[in-house]
Design a protein around this ligand. Structure first.
Ligand code: GLN
Length: 212
């Protein structure tokens, strides 16, 4: 299985390394053709204004929307989350409005430019996620189909999922945290082979024939 990583700008190398550490091939994406044959896409951290401009300039808007429409998983971290949001506080126009949230950029201000926190993320199990926040956004409102996966102690939302689109304000790829990437790989495998894990079995006669 191949998972694409948008490689226009930002910390795409760390995402590719994290995928490789769990045995998944990470494919850097710069042009639409790089998306051929991939089972999912990660949008890294970086600078969302630059990333939004480059996505448009390189003709990636429609191909990425097309991939999302197939149900393949998309995962945005930090700037990647901003790029996927339907609404950006302050009026920056959305470029890939695939996640029904309103996001505030640089939500922690200058005083708390970067920090780390241990978060409870129930979908990933009992062990807390060590989260690295760097000039991070927060989600200030979510639509009805969005699941909140994690909050800070003060209640602010920092990880969400809406069907096949996942996003975090923080950087699991900078903290040796692999569980989000494993979740993306699991979602991608289910997308590639919807019968797997859903209890579907080959037709009995076909199974008998295959066995001989
Ligand atoms: N502050 C950046 C932005 O608004 C995001 C920072 C990051 O991705 N670490 O684009």
């Amino acid at each position: 299985m191949k998972i694409a990583v948008l490689a226009l700008q930002g910390d795409f190398r760390e995402h590719i390394q994290t995928l490789e550490s769990i045995g998944v091939e990470g494919v850097p994406v710069r042009l639409p053709a790089d998306l051929d044959g991939v089972s999912g896409l990660i949008l890294p951290g970086g600078e969302s204004t630059t990333m939004r401009q480059l996505i448009q300039r390189w003709g990636l808007v429609d191909p990425i929307r097309g991939l999302a429409a197939t149900g393949a998983p998309l995962f945005g971290t930090c700037a990647g989350m901003i790029v996927l949001s339907k609404q950006i506080v302050g009026g920056d126009p959305p470029v890939l409005p695939l996640l029904d949230v309103s996001v505030e950029r640089n939500a922690f201000g200058r005083q708390l430019d970067s920090f780390e926190a241990d978060l409870t993320v129930p979908v990933l199990g009992d062990t807390p996620v060590h989260a690295v926040f760097i000039r991070a956004p927060v989600i200030e409102a979510v639509g009805p189909d969005v699941d909140v996966l994690a909050r800070l102690d003060d209640g602010r939302i920092v990880a969400v999922r809406e069907r096949n689109v996942l996003a975090t304000s923080f950087h699991p790829e900078l903290a040796g945290e692999t569980r989000f990437h494993r979740l993306v790989a699991t979602m991608a495998a289910a997308h590639d082979d919807p019968g797997e894990g859903a209890g579907r079995r080959p037709h009995p006669t076909r199974r008998a024939r295959n066995a001989s």
